[in-house]
Structure formats: C-alpha cells, structure tokens
Design a binder for this molecule. Structure first.
Ligand code: FAD
Ligand code: NAP
Length: 321
C-alpha cells in the first residue's frame, strides 16, 4: 500500500474521547494522528441541544461542540485523517492498522471508537428520534419536565433511566417484554417502591405514535406478547434502554473484552491488556456514557500513552548505551 502514515500515537475515533486524547497528546508534543471513522465528531453530531457539557451557560448544539473540539485538536498540532480502520495487528510494535484509504504504523494506540445504543428497529421509532424517541435519559430527560414518559427495557440501564426520569416527571412507565427484570435487586427494590413509576409487563412497543404541529410523540401502541392485543398509552417521551453495542468488532480476540464486548482496562487507568494500547470513552465505559466522562478518560488515555512512550524511549536509550 502506498499511503503509509507512521506516528508515535494513533487515536482511533473522533468523538469527545478521541479528540480530548488528541488535544492532550498534541500539547505533550506527540504529534498524534486521529483517524476519524465514518462518524467524524462521534455520537454528539447526531443530536441537537446539549445542556450538560461544562463551560456553557447557554444551550449549545452537539455538532457545533464537536467542530470546536476538532478545531482545538488541530490547532495544537493534531493531524486529522478521514478514514475507517478495517483491520488491526497488535501482535508487534509498531502496531499496524489498515484503513479503507491508507495504512498506519503506530508506536501506541488509543481506541476511542465509542458505542451505539441499540434501537427497536421500528420505522416509526426512527421517524420520532429527536421528536420524543431517545436512547439517553440523562441527556434528554430534562426536556420532559412535568410530562409523561416511558422507558423500554428491563436491565440495569432501563431501571436506572426510569429512576432518573422521576427527577423530571411524576408519570414514568417502564415497559418490559417479560414479567421479571434483569436489573440488580437493589435497583428493582427502588423501582418497585417508587410511587411515580408504573410497570407494564409482557409488552413490547408496536408503534411510536406521532401527533400535533410541530409533530411530536403523543403515545405508544403496545402489544401484549401473550395475546397479541394492542393498547395505547399516552406519553410525550419514550426512552429505549435495551442495551448498547460497543464498537469493538475489530478487536475481538486481540485485546481483552468483557462479556458485553466492552474493552477491559486496568482499574483506574486506560491501559488494556496489550502494552501500548489504551482505551477511552464509551468503548470502555458501560456505566456513565456521557460526553464529559468520555473526554475525561480521553485525557487519561493521552497521559497514559505519553508515560508509556517515555518509558519505552528511556529503555531504548539505556539499551543503546
Ligand atoms: P463516540 O462519540 O461514539 O465516537 C466514536 C468515534 O469512533 C466516531 O468518530 C467514529 O467515527 C469512530 N470510529 C468507530 N469505529 C471506527 C473505526 N473502525 N475506524 C475509525 N474510527 C472509528 N452525552 C452528554 O454528555 N450530553 C448529552 O446531551 C448527550 N446527548 C446525546 C444524544 C444522543 C442522540 C446520543 C446518541 C448520545 C448523547 N450523549 C450525550 C452521549 C455522548 O454522545 C457519548 O457519551 C459520547 O459521544 C461518547 O464519546 P466517545 O468519544 O467515546 O465515542
Ligand atoms: P441488558 O442488561 O442487556 O438489558 C437489556 C434489556 O432490554 C433486557 O431486559 C432485555 O429484555 C431488553 N431488551 C433487549 N432487546 C429488546 C427488544 N428488542 N425489545 C424489548 N426489550 C429488549 O442491557 P443494559 O441494561 O444496558 O446493561 C448492559 C450491561 O451494563 C449489563 O452488564 C449491566 O449490568 C451493566 N450496567 C450496570 C449498571 C450499574 O451497575 N449500575 C448500570 C447500567 C448498565 P430481556 O430481559 O427479556 O432479555
């Protein structure tokens, strides 16, 4: 392949984690290269209002925030490359990554490929995204103050989202396809004890129902999985909480992943089990999944990579003496 880029630090992914890692690494003089992937700017480019990223009193727009982060990363010396990585070889250093339009040789690698929320896959759900259908209560719950909301799912995420939404709504309904939850007992106890949460068992969403001008979610048609019977509930917001899928297919069998496919890091660090490979953001964090936590671990990954390179280069110097 003719187009080979060699670098001390390659950052895979251009969301808040990858770009923050790049900002710190560039300022440390590492001249990082960021491979942006097919979603330059990451998940925040798919949303509008962001009200919880620190530093902005007024509501900011997700795509604008990511443009600013990219501009800052470039300003301090990051090289941005528009490519998508299709294969990686982590068995030797420099690591070799092959993309659709180039090959990359990297002494260290920061993986910041994120995670995507799973959706139910209904056309009406797709149509109502941003108009009442959401996959992040922490992000969007605030927009439903005093309104009726539903959460779909029965795991820890669904239960935590339902409990979180009671900060904004007095009318929260959890919809689950079975008659028992997968969530931890302590969360279930809190859920069952909460007077503002009702549960609809044995039910799945058949349709997201739109209405009004401008168009917004007004309800959900639910199917009883035992009888097939359809009934409607009125809601203004519906939060799909049926799990996330970390973007780690590339790394299966190459670095240690947990049972849900997230990259495992040493406690309190971003180190993976492969020396010189670090991970940050949603790809290694199934609990918080916020822009600010992604940025925080991005900073950690850059500092960890910088330390690793310093040690590696010191050892090489000593060996040469
Ligand atoms: P991501 O943002 O997912 O970025 C992943 C990057 O990896 C992308 O650039 C992608 O192109 C790249 N990539 C993936 N695979 C490859 C590959 N093979 N090769 C090269 N590149 C690759 N959080 C908040 O704090 N506040 C909010 O208001 C908020 N609202 C949200 C609204 C929506 C609709 C969504 C979906 C999420 C929202 N979040 C919000 C969550 C927040 O967006 C994420 O927590 C954050 O983006 C995670 O950052 P990340 O850098 O880890 O990954
Ligand atoms: P999860 O545990 O996989 O649960 C997903 C839930 O969604 C399940 O109840 C499942 O139903 C339901 N579901 C899946 N597909 C569905 C579909 N198509 N239609 C309707 N319902 C569907 O996912 P999660 O809750 O996001 O948790 C993921 C991991 O993160 C878990 O390991 C969890 O423990 C962890 N986590 C931990 C915390 C915490 O410790 N506080 C918080 C959040 C997440 P069934 O039960 O019928 O399969």
């Amino acid at each position: 392949m003719s187009n080979v880029i060699s670098t001390r630090l390659l950052v895979l992914g251009s969301g808040p984690a990858g770009l923050t890692a790049a900002i710190y690494a560039a300022r440390a003089g590492l001249s990082p290269v960021v491979v942006q992937g097919i979603q330059p700017g990451g998940q925040l480019t798919t949303t509008t209002d962001v009200e919880n990223y620190p530093g902005f009193r007024d509501v900011i727009q997700g795509p604008w925030l990511m443009e600013e982060m990219q501009a800052q990363a470039e300003h301090v010396g990051t090289r941005m490359v528009w490519d998508h990585i299709a294969s990686v070889d982590l068995t030797r250093r420099p690591f070799v990554l092959k993309g659709d339009s180039g090959e990359y040789h990297a002494d260290t690698l920061i993986i910041a490929t994120g995670a995507q929320a799973k959706w139910l896959g209904l056309p009406s759900e797709e149509h109502m995204k941003g108009k009442g259908a959401s996959a992040c209560a922490t992000c969007d719950g605030f927009f439903y103050r005093g309104k009726k909301v539903a959460v779909i799912g029965g795991g820890n995420t669904a239960v935590e989202e339902a409990l979180y939404l009671t900060n904004h709504s007095h009318d929260v309904t959890l919809i689950h396809r079975r008659d028992s939850l997968r969530a931890e007992k302590i969360l279930q106890d809190r859920l069952f004890a909460h007077q503002n949460i009702k549960i609809i068992w044995h039910s799945e969403v058949a349709e997201f129902v739109a209405g009004g001008t401008p168009e917004a979610l007004v309800g959900l048609d639910l199917r009883d999985v035992r009888t097939g019977e359809i009934s409607r509930i009125d809601v203004d917001g519906a939060f799909v909480a049926i799990g996330h899928k970390p973007a780690t297919e590339l790394f299966a069998g190459k670095i240690t992943l947990d049972a849900d496919g997230y990259i495992e890091c040493a406690p309190g660090s971003t180190r993976t089990n492969v020396p010189g490979v670090f991970a940050c953001g949603d790809v290694m964090d199934k609990l918080y999944r916020q822009a600010v936590t992604a940025a925080g671990t991005g900073c950690m990954a850059a500092l960890d990579a910088e330390r690793f390179l310093a040690e590696m280069e010191f050892e090489a110097l000593q060996a040469a003496e």
